[in-house]
Design a protein around this ligand. Structure first.
Ligand SMILES: Nc1ncnc2c1ncn2[C@@H]1O[C@H](COP(=O)(O)OP(=O)(O)OP(=O)(O)O)[C@@H](O)[C@H]1O
Ligand SMILES: [Mg+2]
Length: 310
């Protein structure tokens, strides 16, 4: 089995900077630091296995290629920003990595914790088990509005509960305690009894993160989790993700439209353009030239909140 070897987030890794247009890689100009794929080998899952990896992933919608041969390896405990213009394939990549959508036939394997989610356009039989390790937070509509926040979070345990017990609200005491712990962890315990629809966008996002924790996820994909939020709520959500990443070792992959947020909170930035990775490296390698390359001339628009980068 061909597996992409990964290292821990703090381990030194060979320089892998900004891919040049011809597909070769350039080292980061000032730091020489790099991230991502280290070597291909046939090691079995275990030490050095990636949190998430995919090889040569493509996705075609009718005649449009949303992803075009993307290979990516994310180490356990990394916090990675996924950036790129609208339509560049960020959501498509995240959904495929999370096992929510099959890539095209001919795509290589996609694995989480070394376990195959899909390959060659087909889900693996284990996909349901592996999905439980993966939390997914989207821009909005994460919670069921008519249910309490507590109920929304405890639903995260449903993957481990017989469905009929969940339907009757028969949650074991341990799960109830775990839900309250998860809410406390995201600073939302006092809102447990509130209907989700009465919470602010930022509070709902923190609730959605609590649900992922409740589910037992140690990999979190967040697809533009702050896009609908005001800057203060956005910063709180990013701070929470960063804190969970640092203190709990949660692997986080977050797509963002705001480059300054990506630069402030993530040690690795992956940029997509027209379905291809055009940058993979540290945030400080994203100089003006790199950003013009990615976004074209309108790069000012991707700096939404300059204050956040200060
Ligand atoms: N379900 C779908 N059916 C048809 N085309 C799709 C579908 N989902 C995505 N696409 C197309 O695939 C391309 C990539 O879309 P995707 O949503 O992944 O981009 P994105 O980078 O997340 O964009 P945004 O920043 O606007 O969220 C776009 O051209 C989009 O129109
Ligand atoms: Mg998107």
């Amino acid at each position: 089995m061909l597996t992409v070897r990964c290292r821990g987030p703090s381990a030194p890794s060979p320089a892998r900077g900004r891919p040049a247009r011809n597909g070769a890689t350039r080292s980061h100009p000032t730091t020489g630091r790099g991230h991502g794929v280290t070597a291909l080998s046939d090691d079995k899952p275990g030490d050095g296995v990636c949190a998430v990896e995919t090889r040569d992933a493509s996705k075609t919608f009718t005649d449009r290629k949303a992803l075009d041969g993307v290979s990516l390896a994310i180490r356990p405990g990394e916090m990675v920003a996924l950036i790129g213009p609208s339509g560049s394939g960020k959501s498509t990549l995240l959904r495929g990595l999370a096992g929510l959508m099959p890539f095209d036939a001919g795509s290589g394997p996609t694995r989480a914790d070394g376990i195959e989610l899909q390959a060659d356009g087909r889900f693996d039989g284990k996909v349901r088990d592996v999905r439980a390790r993966i939390g997914f937070v989207a821009q909005q509509f994460n919670l069921v509005g008519r249910l309490s926040l507590f109920a929304n979070v405890v639903i995260g345990a449903l993957g481990r509960l017989p469905a009929w017990k969940g339907a009757l609200g028969l949650f074991p005491p341990d799960d109830r305690m775990a839900a309250m712990r998860a809410l406390d962890r995201v600073g939302m315990a006092e809102y447990a009894g509130r209907r989700a629809s009465t919470l602010s966008g930022g509070q709902q996002q923190r609730g959605a993160i609590a649900r992922a924790l409740m589910q037992g996820a140690h990999i979190l994909f967040a697809d533009e989790p702050i896009a609908s939020l005001d800057p203060v709520s956005a910063r709180r959500v990013m701070e929470l993700l960063s804190d969970l990443n640092r203190t709990e070792g949660l692997t986080v992959v977050v797509s963002l439209h705001q480059v300054d947020y990506a630069q402030r909170w993530c040690r690795r930035v992956v940029a997509l353009k027209a379905g291809r990775i055009v940058y993979d490296g540290p945030p400080d390698g994203l100089d003006r030239d790199a950003l013009v390359d990615i976004y074209g001339a309108d790069i000012e628009e991707v700096f939404w909140d300059q204050g956040a980068a200060a």
